[in-house]
Write a protein that binds this ligand. Structure first.
Ligand code: FES
Ligand code: MG
Length: 604
């Protein structure tokens, strides 16, 4: 066959880029390319356009997703950046997951989104991909999928929303959602106030404006080198956000010339992840980020197994919390941005960073810091504290272990309201699940005191699919009415990154697992938490514990609890129930991890 150069697959310059990738579908690759051109020309592209490197732009816009409402403008700006620099930009959708519109939970859909992202990056002829997203589960899902697909990916987050205002006080989603709802529950503000507040908590497009999960993950992406410095904090509605989008398009085209170094499995090293964990600790980030980081690490063939929950704790021991944002502190993401954002933070914590870690621009973190123009904000105007005068000395996020949580538990110690609770023993008040808790928590007859330990079981990855953010167990009304704001609370679930309190989360193995010690706690059992010693202990002998586990596993079979029932569930839910691994492994599906189906699951 005589082949015109437009269909030439052997040209060393063009054979690996653009439309010529992955042409096996119709047996004859020349014909496949011919057909592919037939269809893409239906969109009006010229041969000139189609001869360029193709930059895919992942579009997670949805009318159900206010956190992503600015994506159409961001796509325009990325396209401008791509096309000014010689590439062809083609956007395509993946699913959109918003926290409030994802029943049963957004976490339940995270892995689905990561599979969608991975497969669509792999399926389509993109040379590099810009991942646009922002809401809590989106960025981790995109990075998990991006690492597995292993084409160069560059993150562009939608950016934080602006704060609103009520009676002259700034408010913002969603730390102030919780604070104000608690006040309304306690009767200190009325229905008019809470309704006015409802109008102002999310006053613009963009992600929650505090150091919740979305902002935490955005900062972590900069720590990993996957996004430019200002990318984490520029407001969703700012022109700066659009310029970041444009430059991301430019970097995406450049990345196609450095495939060997900028594919995520090459770019991201153990040091990149250590930097990311340092960022997490220094910003007092969301506990959810720990779960996501473990899942992301688990996708990376060379890093998986070298970083685990203990790494998070070890880095915490030398990292001060220096960013004064809600929920650990007082301010909003816009304040962080105006204080210099991630670049200023990096200057503050520089001694803790691995500056040789690579970034998506093709320069190392140290080289990027050196070339970025940096004008320090005066100390008294900055929400970034000096390294030696931190908001919290070390260990903002801690990992607890002990007989109650052999697989680990996570606590945001910096968000504790009463420090005495960080070393505390008390009698358990146990709720079997969320329904049980809702029914009894405000019962005037509940046998509870301010020193009790509130235990909420069965809100783990399998027990309550999607591991809801129900870990912020409310203070029982009869205790709250005494003015008590915090108690020691434990669960196998998650908590919103925008929440605070002395709360142990992600307890593993989860209660639904028949071997779980957390699952056999009963009312009145004594529980000890000692954060300094990183200990979470049920004060029962091993014999009693084993006896209770035996009794319970018989019940589990009789009652057909989720652990057994999951084998017979159809569809995505069945896939999820059968394959989700435990929190310390990130709640990923076992068949998606770098180490394979037989690895790193608990008791299966
Ligand atoms: Fe999307 Fe908070 S709901 S970031
Ligand atoms: Mg959240």
């Amino acid at each position: 066959v005589k082949v015109n150069s437009d269909y030439d697959l052997d040209n060393p310059i063009t054979s690996k880029v653009g439309l010529r990738q992955g042409l096996a579908s119709y047996g004859d690759p020349h014909f496949s390319l011919f057909l592919r051109k037939v269809f893409i020309k239906a969109l009006g592209y010229s041969e000139d356009a189609l001869s360029r490197p193709i930059i895919g732009i992942v579009n997670t816009y949805s009318s159900f997703n206010p956190c992503h409402a600015n994506i159409p403008q961001l796509i325009d700006a990325v396209k401008r950046g791509v096309q000014l620099n010689g590439g062809l930009a083609i956007d395509f959708p993946t699913i959109s997951v918003h926290e409030s519109f994802s029943s049963p939970t957004s976490m339940y859909l995270r892995n689905l989104m990561s599979m969608d992202t991975e497969e669509m990056i792999s399926a389509q002829p993109c040379d590099a991909v810009v991942l646009i997203g922002g809401c809590d589960k989106t960025t981790p899902a995109q990075l998990m999928g991006g690492i597995s697909a292993n084409k160069p990916v560059l993150h562009l987050v939608t950016g934080p929303m602006m704060p609103g205002s009520h009676r002259g006080v700034r408010i913002g989603a969603c730390t102030d959602c919780r604070n104000n709802w608690a006040k309304y529950r306690a009767g200190t503000i009325d229905i008019e106030d809470i309704s006015a507040i409802n109008d102002e908590l999310a006053p613009t497009a963009g992600t929650c404006g505090v150091m919740g999960t979305a902002s935490t993950m955005a900062c972590i992406l900069v720590g990993l080198g996957m996004m430019p410095f200002a990318g984490a904090s520029a407001p969703a509605v700012s022109s700066s956000r659009l310029r970041i989008a444009e430059v991301t398009g430019k970097y995406a085209v450049e990345a196609t010339k450095q495939l060997d170094t900028l594919r995520p499995q090459a770019l991201l090293t153990r040091e990149s992840f250590l930097n990311a964990i340092t960022v997490l600790q220094a910003i007092g980030g969301s506990t959810n980020a720990v779960v996501h980081l473990m899942a992301i690490v688990g996708r990376h063939p060379k890093v998986a197994g070298t970083i685990d929950l203990d790494t998070v704790d070890e880095i915490g021991r030398k990292t001060p919390l220096v960013v004064d944002l809600k929920p650990s502190g007082d301010n909003y993401m816009t304040d962080f941005h105006n204080s210099g954002g991630m670049l200023a933070l990096f200057h503050e914590i520089k001694p803790l960073l691995f500056l040789d870690a690579m970034t998506v621009t093709g320069l190392t973190l140290g080289e990027e810091m050196a070339r970025a123009s940096y004008v320090a904000v005066p100390r008294d105007l900055s929400v970034i504290q000096p390294f030696d005068k931190p908001l919290y000395p070390v260990s903002s996020l801690v990992v607890l272990r002990g007989n109650l949580a052999p697989g680990g538990a996570v606590m945001k110690a910096s968000a504790s309201k009463y420090r005495r609770l960080l070393k505390h023993s008390g009698r358990a008040v146990v709720f079997r699940n969320s329904v049980d808790m809702a029914e009894r928590i405000d019962d005037p007859d509940l046998d509870v005191s301010p020193d009790s330990v509130l235990v909420l079981q069965n809100i783990g990855l399998v027990g309550n699919p999607g591991m809801p953010e129900a870990g912020l167990i409310p203070i029982p009304r009869k205790i709250a009415s005494q003015g008590v704001l915090d108690m020691l609370r434990l669960s196998d679930g998650r908590m919103s990154g925008t929440a605070g309190g002395t709360i142990g989360l992600h307890i593993s193995p989860e209660a639904a697992d028949p071997t779980s010690v957390f699952g056999i706690i009963r009312d009145g059992d004594v529980i000890t938490c000692d954060v300094e010693a990183r200990l979470l202990r049920l004060e029962l002998s091993d014999d009693v514990i084993q006896q209770r586990i035996r009794e319970r596993s018989q019940q589990v079979e009789e009652q057909n609890m989720p652990w057994e029932a999951r084998k017979r569930i159809r569809g995505y839910r069945g896939l999820y129930m059968r394959h989700v691994n435990q929190a310390q492994n990130g709640g990923d599906f076992d068949f998606l991890t770098a180490e394979g189906p037989d690895q790193r699951t608990v008791s299966q």
